[in-house]
Structures are given as C-alpha cells and as structure tokens.
Design a protein around this ligand. Structure first.
Ligand code: NDP
Ligand code: HSE
Length: 442
C-alpha cells in the first residue's frame, strides 16, 4: 500500500464537520477503496474552543489556514471556509503554490478566481477538485467534465440553490412567509453565511458560471450572468402560477444560441407536469442536453452537511486514486473567452402580473401596448387583488379597488416585453411594480 494521503481540513462548520466525521468513521473503507490510507492530519477554524461534537485532540490545530495549507505535513488542502476573498482565497493560492492538491466547496471563490486558479494549479501540477461546489451531493461536475465529454452540449439548466427551492416549496405548500422559510433554511445549515447570496440569486449564478464553463469550454464569467433572485416573488404569484398550470422555481440556465451563450438566473414558471416542477425542498436538479444523450436530469440533495460531505469525500478519493483531470476540463489556456448572448434577444413566454385600478379602458390600453410590440397573449385573467403587495398610490380609493391582471404571453423577446411594460407603466394604469416572470420551454 502507498503512503497515506494526509489531509488538512480548513473550516469546521456545517460542511467541514460532516466531512471530518465521515472521514474519521470511514477510514478503513476508504483505505480499501483507494488502496491507500486517507488520514486527517490537521484542521483549521477560527475558534479553537468551540465544542464541535468531534474529538479533535489527535489532530494538529492551525488558527491560520495559510500556515496549514503550506505545511509539509499535508498533501491535500480541503477548503471549507467560504467567501471569495480573505482566508479561503489566500489559503487556496498558498496551497497550490506549495504543491498541494486542493479540494473546495467554494463556488463563490471559483466564480471569481476559477480561471486563474485553474491556470495556477496546472503550472504547479496539482488538482483542484470542486464537486461539492455545485448542487451539493449531486455528482454533476464529474458528469459534465468527465462522463459527457463526447457530447456537444446545447443547454444546461436547473435548480441549483437548495435554500431558494426550500423557501418556494414551503411558501406554496404551507402558506408560510418568505422570512419564516428563510430562517428555517438557515437553521438547517442550507443557507450561505450571508443568505442574500442565496435569495438574490448570486449563489445560483456562481454555480451556473462553473457549469457553463465546463459544458461549453469557455472561461468562467459569473459577472456577465443576467440575475434576478426570488425576493420579489409573492404568494399572489405562486397562487396564480398554480392556477395557470405552472410552478415557480429559481432556475439557472446556460444555453447555446446563434449569437453566443446565454447565461441567466431568474425565477421561472415551469409547467406543472415537467420533471423540474416536481423538485421540492432542498433538492436540486440539473438537466443537461447534448447531441448524443438527448437529455439527462440528475437530482438529489443540493445543500446540507451530509450531502455536501459526500461530494467532498468523492474528490478526496479521486486524488487518493491518482485520478487527475484539468480543473475546467480543458487546459486553461484553451478555454475561450466567454461570448455572451444579449439578454434582450432572449426568446420565451412571459407571465406578467399588473396591479391596476379597474376602470373602463385600462384593459384595452394594456392589450394595445402589447399588440404594438407584436406580443400575442395566450391568456388573461383578472381577479381581485386579495394578496397584499406594495401598492402605494393615490389612485386607490374606496370606490376604485385594485385588480390583478395576469397575462401569459406566447413566445416573444425580452426586448419586446420590456418595451411594452415601460409603455404600460408610463400610461399610468398600474399601482404597483409590474411582476414579470419568464416561462421556460422544457
Ligand atoms: P460555515 O459557516 O458553517 O463554516 C465555516 C467554517 O469556516 C467555520 O468552521 C469557521 O470557523 C471557519 N472559518 C471562517 N473563517 C475562517 C478563517 N479565517 N480561518 C479559519 N477558519 C475559518 O460554512 P459551511 O460549512 O456552510 O460552508 C463552507 C463552504 O461550503 C462555503 O464555501 C459554502 O458555500 C460551501 N457549501 C456549503 C453548503 C451547505 O449546505 N452549507 C453546500 C455546498 C457548499 P469557526 O467555526 O471557528 O467560526
Ligand atoms: N447555500 C447553498 C444552497 C448551499 O442553499 O444551495 C449549497 O451550495
């Protein structure tokens, strides 16, 4: 048997502690599976005195993860701290430059510095493995980077954030408030340290930028992603979606178009009978469309200590087995610059909810504005505005109650929709910000 692989684990929070427990309890099985021992040599976190429910006495302790990352006592640096700057970034760079393999669950770091870190790792002949960074326990990195290499991939999309899917599911099923659901997601360890990264869509964008790079062979470019989170989704939208035969999911979508790669993250209406509509709670799902496979969908737990630790351990086992793959599939020098498709050219159907004062001519004026942009309407539903949303307007009086006008359009363009809505707003009929949700063709 080869010498044991020695790990330094930085970060002992939700993911770090689950990974550590699993490594300690599976020591013998892992040795058999990899034909070499895997030993946790050292750990690092901020607070040495915190009771983490695991005996750390036999392990070297480092308050400074950079010091651990460069220590001669470890072969692999496992980064489970989080954040795209500071300790995580410094320690990952230091580890690579010291010739250590790196494993990270940190999608924010990869979204920001992934191209450069991949180059650095190649220069220093080490691996960066990051299965846990996208979709928790689902082995989607391996699937795209290794198992589907012979496919011409045309679209990758999915539910990539467990926290948002958990919130949307419970709001719909149990009628709970957004805030209550978010609090539970935080208590369960699903949310990021700063949960605005989840609910504003940044976390999904970070993951999508990685999947898009692997699927289409371009550099990671998270900053160019069109981004809308779920904070504006109300119970009114969730209820209206269901009545119209849809559910609302936060999707990340990367797809090839004639003008480039479209990368977008936004709340999305998906047909009730689609596979993605059945994905509830913290579960994630990723669909990959390619010329040889048609489509495959992978689903599983998208967040939480145990599920994410499963992916971290898979990466460790790959290193112990000597499996080495370029971090982003291709040599970093061959990755193409990201060529974005303009969002205004996006084509699809739209759900539009307009809160209006019900008076003669309003409906005709709205329909006219839509027609001016050649937008065809599939359905229009008018109903009393029974759900509370922001509606500050002097137009609301005892006799003039607001109504919600819900429009579903046939396929049109983002440009046409934005232009039509601007005109409708300037006509002065709406008493609250219009709600626009894209419908995905699945
Ligand atoms: P936690 O906040 O639970 O844990 C973070 C850990 O990092 C803590 O142990 C903390 O120490 C330690 N830490 C923070 N700053 C430093 C520092 N300067 N030096 C050393 N240690 C430090 O985060 P999670 O476990 O939830 O997430 C870790 C990573 O995994 C993040 O990148 C996250 O995005 C990613 N991830 C998380 C998932 C999840 O479900 N939670 C799923 C997939 C990925 P201390 O405990 O002493 O405060
Ligand atoms: N906060 C993330 C989520 C963790 O909720 O999906 C998993 O990446």
């Amino acid at each position: 048997m080869s010498a044991p692989l020695k790990l330094g684990l930085a970060g002992l929070g939700t993911v770090g502690i689950s990974a550590l427990e699993r490594l300690l309890s599976m020591e013998n099985e892992l040795a058999v599976k990899t034909s070499r021992g895997i030993r946790v040599q050292a750990v690092s976190a901020r607070n040495r005195n915190k009771d983490r429910g695991v005996d750390l006495s036999g392990l070297d302790w480092y308050s400074d993860p950079v010091e651990m990352a460069t220590s001669d006592k470890i072969d692999v640096f496992v980064e489970l701290i989080g954040g795209d700057t500071g300790a995580a970034e410094d320690a990952v760079r230091a580890a690579i430059m010291a010739g250590k393999h790196v494993i990270t669950a940190n999608k924010a770091l990869l979204a920001k510095h992934g191209n450069e870190l991949a180059r650095l790792a190649e220069e220093h002949n080490v691996s960066i493995n990051f299965e846990a960074a996208v979709a928790g326990g689902i082995p989607v990195i391996k699937a795209i980077r290794e198992s589907l290499t012979s496919n011409d991939i045309t679209r990758v999309y999915g539910i990539l954030n467990g926290t948002c899917n958990y919130i949307l599911t419970r709001m719909e099923d149990e009628g709970l408030s957004f805030e209550a659901c978010l609090k539970d997601a935080q208590d369960l360890g699903y949310a990021e340290a700063d949960p605005s990264f989840d609910i504003e869509g940044n976390d999904t964008a970070h993951k999508l930028s990685i999947l898009s790079s692997l699927a289409f062979g371009h550099e990671i470019d998270a900053d160019s992603i069109f981004l809308e989170g779920i904070t504006s989704i109300t119970s009114a939208d969730i209820a209206a979606a269901r009545e119209l035969g849809y559910r609302i999911k936060l999707l990340g979508v990367a797809q090839k178009t004639d003008t480039g790669i479209e990368q977008r993250v936004h709340p999305t209406m998906v047909p009730l009978d689609s596979a993605i509509a059945q994905i509830d709670g913290v579960t994630n799902a990723v669909a990959i469309e390619g010329d040889a496979i048609g489509m495959i969908t992978l689903s599983g737990p998208g967040a939480g200590g145990e599920a994410t630790a499963s992916a971290v351990l898979a990466d460790i086992v790959d290193i112990a087995r000597g499996l080495e793959v370029k971090p982003l599939g291709l040599p970093a020098s061959l990755l193409e610059p990201y060529r974005p498709a303009a969002m205004r050219a996006h084509e699809g159907g739209y759900y539009i909810r307009l809160r209006v004062i019900d008076e003669p001519g309003v409906f005709a004026s709205i329909a006219n504005r839509m027609a001016q942009q050649c937008i065809s309407l599939e359905s229009i539903v008018q109903r009393k505005a029974k759900y509370k949303v922001e509606q500050k307007s002097e137009m609301i009086t005892a006799n003039k109650k607001p109504q919600d006008l819900v429009l579903i359009t046939y396929e049109t363009t983002e440009f046409a929709i934005r232009t039509a809505i601007e005109s409708i707003v300037s006509d002065g009929h709406v008493v609250a910000s219009p709600q626009v949700i894209r419908i995905e063709r699945l």
